[in-house]
Design a binder for this molecule. Structure first.
Ligand SMILES: Nc1nc2c(ncn2[C@@H]2O[C@H](COP(=O)(O)OP(=O)(O)OP(=O)(O)O)[C@@H](O)[C@H]2O)c(=O)[nH]1
Length: 694
């Protein structure tokens, strides 16, 4: 049964397989087809994927390339710094130019690894990282960076930076805008402010000009600058301030004459125009200074005149270069500012000096004027000697003298003088006294004229005497000013400068008229005081002492005799019958006789003897240290002199004379009474005789 069953199973199985086989085949084929389709789709997807992937990397490369091209052409400096290797990975042309290098490698070698190349930069690339570390990232978004290597090649970048990964390294990318022009303008503005500040403050002109030169150096690096100042008096150029130069070169510029052909500065100041010497070593204008130029290694010079507001040349602004050189239009423009600043500084300095001088001058004038106004009438001569000294110091003269015209002889006499130490006083030159100055001197001086005689204006023949006495050479200078009273010349004030090329400052000279006017007042006052003093003690008609003064002399003589036990005599005389002379010839005739008698008396006595008019037609003579006999002889001589004199009016005149000698215990009154008594006796005994008091 079993077999039977077995056969059945096989058959049944075979039959079933036979029936299912087509279905299996179909199923397999479907599955295979589906697989093929899937793989195809997968491949298509993969192909699409890889295609897309390839396209993407090309775009990226292209984008990078475009960016690099953009960077390369950018006016913005861009460079990439590898932190690890401390090297420059990329730098665009603008960055390379800013750093003054040609390749990123050169930038790494010459700049990044060479701190010496940085000069006074705020921070170098090497210490930049440190600066980054110290600063908060937020605070370091951008910064101003001076990347130039030297002053000649100064470049400023306004930088910003970002961190990025480059070839799996950390890198810093910098991008910077060139702000050099702005920084320069700021720097110049700062320098301008410094110049202005030093002008406003009490800085010296040299210090201010040094600052002006800094402005020029900043606006036009590469040159060396000098400001030369024009000396108005001498027409020379003096060093005002400038860059560093060898001492010998500076010396060679000092005192350069303002003259055509005297170097570029001298010629520029003379012609008031720009003078450019491209090569000084071959230029004729610099012939005399060639050696110094060679030693200093300077070859080119450009000089610009500095002209003041009034159009006068104040100095020159000079630019020197070590090689042959010509300025461009830009250079000329750049120097306009510094030249203007220099002219401002010089003019300001001059006006300040003038102001100071005015103050000093005013003080001196006030002091001398006060001295002149307060001279004591009895000390005029000493006072005027002091005035001569003050004038000498004020005018910086070596000698001051005051001559006065003698009223009678009209001669000019040296009266007061002052001289600096070491110069002998004119008064000591007794061998050749000052000769009489002719009246034409008046025409030469006039009331307002002030004469200066020197190498340019020699003394006229009439004043040659001054040249001889004052030892005036070509280089010396004599200033003369007439002292006038109204329009009458009463004196001459003279001042001498003996130094080479001496000059008189115009602002000082303006004051001399005032001083001479005051001097004239002093002399007038002195004359007035002298006249009043004379009139107070002299008789107006005869010029002899008056009674008041005679009484005072008598008192003095009596006191002296009492004190020293000495003696003196007195002579009193009276004209005989004078009334009849008056009657015959009138009062004027009588006066003339009195005057002539006075002259006889004056001529008949010694200097130590005193004669005066006692009153009316009475005269008195005091004879110090004279006994009665000697006095008698004098009296007799005078009597005889009158008797024999031929008077202007036809009349014989005689006198009666009484003589008395001092006796111990005498008062002047007693003595005069005794002399008067003797005169009375003479009158009584016939007149025209001398009688002695007992
Ligand atoms: N011309 C003139 N006469 C004067 C002056 N002073 C006085 N007399 C005159 O002198 C005269 C003096 O006269 P008397 O005193 O009489 O004396 P006398 O005539 O000189 O006579 P004896 O002295 O006695 O010899 C008077 O007539 C006065 O007027 C004067 O200054 N000028």
């Amino acid at each position: 049964m079993l077999t039977g069953l077995g056969d059945n199973w096989w058959d049944t199985g075979q039959r079933a397989l036979f029936v299912a086989l087509p279905y299996l085949a179909i199923g397999l084929a479907v599955a295979l087809g589906a697989l093929v389709l899937y793989v195809r789709r997968l491949k298509r997807s993969v192909d699409l994927l890889s295609f897309e992937a390839g396209t993407s990397s090309r775009s990226l490369r292209n984008a990078n390339r475009e960016l690099k091209t953009l960077f390369d052409q950018s006016r913005i400096a861009v460079f990439l710094l590898d932190k690890q290797s401390s090297s420059v990975l990329y730098a665009n042309a603008t960055a390379l130019e800013a750093f003054g290098v040609r390749t990123p490698q050169e930038m790494t070698d010459n700049v990044l690894h060479n701190p010496d190349a940085w000069g006074p930069a705020p921070y170098s690339l090497l210490d930049f990282e440190k600066a980054l570390a110290e600063a908060s990232p937020a605070g370091m978004k951008s910064f101003e960076w001076r990347v130039g290597r030297s002053q000649d090649h100064e470049v400023w970048l306004d930088c910003s930076f970002s961190f990025l990964t480059y070839k799996s390294n950390r890198a810093i990318m910098f991008s910077g805008v060139n702000i050099t022009a702005r920084k320069r303008a700021e720097h110049q503005e700062k320098l301008h402010q410094q110049v202005m500040a030093s002008m406003a403050g009490d800085r010296s002109l040299q210090e201010t000009l040094e600052r002006v030169v800094r402005v020029a150096e900043a606006s036009m690096p590469g040159g060396r600058y000098v400001v030369m100042l024009r000396d108005s008096g001498q027409g020379r150029l003096r060093w005002g301030g400038g860059s560093l130069f060898p001492a010998a070169f500076r010396q060679a510029l000092e005192d350069m004459p303002v003259r055509y052909g005297e170097g570029a500065p001298g010629t520029a100041a003379f012609t008031r125009t720009r003078v450019i010497t491209e090569n000084m070593l071959t230029d004729e204008h610099w012939h005399s200074r060639r050696q110094v130029l060679k030693e200093a290694g300077i070859q080119a010079c450009w000089s610009e005149p500095i002209v003041g507001r009034g159009g006068e040349v104040l100095g020159t602004f000079d630019i020197y270069h070590d090689d042959p050189w010509l300025p461009s239009d830009e250079d000329v423009d750049a120097l306009t500012g510094p030249i203007f600043l220099a002219s401002l500084a010089i003019e300001r300095h001059r006006s300040r000096l003038e102001l100071e001088q005015m103050v000093v001058s005013e003080q001196a004038v006030r002091r001398i004027s006060t001295e002149l106004l307060t001279i004591e009438p009895d000390a005029v001569e000493e006072g005027l000697e002091g005035i001569c000294a003050s004038l000498g110091r004020y005018f910086r003269a070596d000698r001051v003298f005051l001559c006065r015209v003698d009223d009678v002889s009209q001669e000019l006499n040296l009266v007061n003088e002052w001289a600096v130490e070491g110069l002998p006083p004119l008064r000591e030159q007794v061998i050749n006294p000052l000769p009489v100055i002719p009246v034409s001197l008046d025409a030469l001086l006039t009331v307002s004229r002030l004469q200066i005689f020197d190498g340019h204006n020699p003394l006229p023949p009439m004043l040659e005497c001054f040249a001889e006495h004052l030892a005036l050479g070509d280089s010396r200078s004599l200033l003369l000013k007439g002292v006038y009273q109204g329009d009458r010349l009463i004196g001459v004030l003279g001042m001498v400068k003996t130094a080479m090329a001496a000059t008189w400052q115009p602002e000082h000279l303006a004051n001399i008229r005032l001083m001479v006017q005051l001097l004239s007042n002093v002399l007038m006052r002195q004359k007035l005081v002298r006249t009043l003093t004379f009139q107070a003690v002299h008789d107006q008609l005869t010029g002899l002492y008056n009674r008041h003064k005679l009484e005072s002399f008598m008192e003095q003589e009596v006191a002296r005799c009492e004190r020293y036990g000495s003696t003196f005599s007195v002579i009193i005389f009276d004209l005989d019958f004078f009334k009849s002379i008056n009657d015959r010839f009138g009062h004027t005739g009588g006066d003339a006789v009195l005057e002539e008698v006075a002259a006889i008396v004056g001529g008949g006595i010694r200097e130590s003897e005193i004669a005066g008019r006692w009153g009316g037609e009475e005269f008195l003579i005091l004879l110090p240290e004279t006994n009665l006999d000697s006095a008698h002889a004098v009296a007799e001589r005078i009597r005889k002199g009158v008797e024999t004199y031929r008077f202007t009016i036809p009349v014989d005149v005689t006198i009666s004379v009484g003589v008395a000698v001092f006796q111990p215990g005498d008062k002047s009154q007693n003595m005069l009474q005794r002399a008067d008594g003797a005169l009375y006796v003479a009158k009584n005994e016939g007149r025209n005789c001398v009688r002695l008091a007992a």
